[in-house]
Design a protein around this ligand. Structure first.
Ligand SMILES: Nc1ncnc2c1ncn2[C@@H]1O[C@H](COP(=O)(O)OP(=O)(O)OP(=O)(O)O)[C@@H](O)[C@H]1O
Ligand SMILES: [Mg+2]
Length: 231
């Protein structure tokens, strides 16, 4: 289980997170919602180790990982699908997937066939350059690349952003399937409440660097959530 406890995060003098606490359990989808610029990506950066925190602690598997670099967290099973996908445009699809090998022991460095069962489109495009894929295909590749590392905490930053409805559905199906396997915690950032509601057991809503509403999905009043998301 992931536990973020009272985390502050700064960019220079500007504060982006203040005393943020959240947990994410194995076998569940925890969804983080919030308007633009409220600190969702910053919280994910803190979790994966892409930006240092200025106060608070982060625990994973019962161990304090607050000071660990991103690479060490990846080796401990934390995989990040960043906002905007960040695939390597000049590498082939296969090479993009293989970048996930770096955190695996040598004997486990192969792309599991299961990845292509989840994302059949990638199988037909292994030699194509990442940059030549459509936005939706790049998003699927970014998720697949994260799965190659065999994560136990999968962190997804707005996987539906700028993507056509049919692929959003595919991505939703994959997340539901991964949740059903019950061997990983999924921390999902979203702006679309409907997508989150269908997948999440727990929902947290951020506003201005803070979590202002959180609870199990069935406990939250939908109107309260929607009010916090409307501009
Ligand atoms: N690298 C950075 N340097 C300085 N300020 C930053 C940086 N990244 C984010 N910020 C600021 O921190 C605040 C939170 O940004 P963050 O990206 O975490 O928001 P977000 O909720 O993910 O927004 P969005 O929905 O647009 O992705 C914003 O005010 C943003 O301008
Ligand atoms: Mg963001």
């Amino acid at each position: 289980m992931l536990e973020v406890r009272d985390v502050d995060l700064h960019y220079g003098a500007a504060i982006a997170l203040r005393k943020v606490s959240i947990t994410a359990e194995i076998g569940a989808v925890t969804c983080l919602l919030g308007r633009n610029g409220v600190g969702k990506t910053s919280l994910l950066r803190a979790v994966v180790g892409a930006h240092p925190v200025s106060a608070g602690r982060i625990f994973w598997d019962g161990k304090d990982i607050t000071g660990l670099p991103i690479y060490e967290r990846a080796r401990r099973g934390i995989a990040w699908v960043p906002q905007g996908r960040d695939i390597f445009p000049l590498l082939s699809v296969r090479e993009n997937l293989e970048t996930g090998f770096a955190v695996l022991p040598r004997s486990e460095r192969r792309v599991p066939e299961e990845i292509f069962a989840l994302f059949p489109v990638l199988k037909t495009m292994l030699r194509r350059r990442g940059g030549d894929l459509s936005g939706g295909q790049q998003q699927q590749l970014a998720i697949a690349r994260a799965l190659v590392t065999k994560p136990r905490l999968l962190v997804l930053d707005e996987p539906t952003e700028g993507i056509q409805p049919s692929i959003i559905k595919d991505i939703g199906r994959v997340i539901a399937l991964l949740r059903g396997r019950a061997d990983m915690a999924i921390l999902l950032v979203e702006q679309y409440f409907d997508f989150a509601r269908d997948l999440a057991q727990t929902i947290a809503v951020m506003d201005r660097g803070d979590i202002v509403l959180a609870g199990r999905r069935e406990e939250l009043v939908e109107a309260d959530v929607r009010r916090l998301l409307s501009v």
